[in-house]
Design a binder for this molecule. Structure first.
Ligand code: AN0
Ligand code: CP
Length: 319
């Protein structure tokens, strides 16, 4: 596997069934592949903040015997130009072509976090920055959340659902919830894309004006009625995203969409999931988050599992 930027890289690589088996194996025997990453270096470039991705990916690399170098773009490094053919007489210091290629000389695998800018939909959905790294780095690239997807998160979400499910084909509800700031669609897009490949029935609930790109949700049931969606649900996955249609805009902060105990009572004893960081009493009530239905910490813990499986397959592919 020489890139991991969407579910398709896993499907076209080891396959989803094998990857889930690998996940169970690395949980049971975390140090079994400690020799695989010996003398190998993982570079992690963060253009945006992170707690989980930063720590879990380093931990996964450590379990595989790898060394890690972390760089925070802008703060620790030069500001990057991403456009081709420009006269660099403005604020940016170094072109992504050189930066990516240089990092590729120091590292065997590169991870990149680059959020959507939320102003230019075409630029975001073309994945300009992530694809530049893939093109110029010369080494395998792992997405640590890009403009349109967060595949390590979605893989961890799937592992968590597999671990907690009590029925063969659970009903999974992805519900929009309010947030004071405009957030990317990446986590929601990616979750939908993965769930549509999994043994689950996916229902997406969001207010009008918040429909996700059809490229990600084709095949899912989409409704604007949250209560109807929650009926009989086994898993409730809450997430805020800004509008795709009116790109990057906040159209609603309606707290009637907050996931509360009353909302959870509509479900079939569902588990509550969120990728974190989460805004308490905006996205989800204290009672739900602190209660027995919440599996957000298992989800966060499986970020290590997901990263370990992905890095393991990449390391196996290195010469
Ligand atoms: C980010 C997002 O919604 O994409 C990262 C989530 C993992 N969240 C925030 O910026 C709060
Ligand atoms: N869920 C997630 O990716 O968290 P961080 O932004 O803290 O890495």
């Amino acid at each position: 596997m020489n890139r991991f930027t969407s579910v398709h890289d896993l499907i076209n690589g080891p396959g989803l069934t094998q990857a889930l088996q690998d996940a169970r194996n690395v949980v049971a025997h975390p140090w079994n592949h400690e020799a695989l990453g010996k003398h190998r270096t993982l570079g992690l470039l963060f253009m945006n903040p992170s707690l989980r991705t930063r720590m879990s990916t380093q931990k996964a690399a450590n379990l595989l015997g790898m060394d890690t170098i972390v760089l925070n773009a802008g703060a620790d490094s030069w500001t990057l130009e991403t456009q081709d053919g420009v006269v660099m007489d403005g604020g940016t210091t170094e072109h992504i072509k050189e930066a990516a290629a240089v990092m590729g000389r120091y590292c065997d695998i590169l991870g990149i976090r680059t959020f959507a800018g939320l102003t230019d939909r075409e630029k975001d959905y073309n994945e300009t920055i992530l694809e530049s790294f893939v093109r110029y780095a010369g080494v395998p690239v792992v997405s640590l959340e890009s403009a349109t997807r967060h595949p390590l998160q979605s893989f961890a979400d799937l592992i968590t659902i597999e671990e907690h499910k009590a029925t063969a084909r659970p009903k999974v509800v992805l519900t929009w919830a309010p947030h004071p700031k405009p957030l990317p669609q990446a986590v929601a897009n990616s979750f939908a894309e993965w769930m549509l490949q999994a043994e689950v029935d996916l229902v997406i609930a969001n207010p009008e004006g918040y429909d996700l790109s059809s490229d990600f949700v084709k095949g899912a049931t989409v409704t604007h009625d949250q209560d109807a969606a929650l009926d009989g649900a086994h898993f409730v996955y809450a997430k805020n995203w800004s509008s795709y249609e009116q790109y990057g805009q906040i159209l609603s902060k309606d707290r009637a969409w907050t996931v509360t105990e009353d909302k959870m009572a509509l479900t079939n004893n569902a588990k509550f999931m969120h990728c974190l960081p989460v805004r308490r009493n905006m996205i989800v009530s204290d009672g739900v988050l602190d209660g027995p239905a919440s599996i957000v910490l298992d989800e966060a813990a499986h970020r290590v599992t997901a990263a370990q499986v992905v890095l393991m397959h990449m390391l196996k592919g290195l010469a």
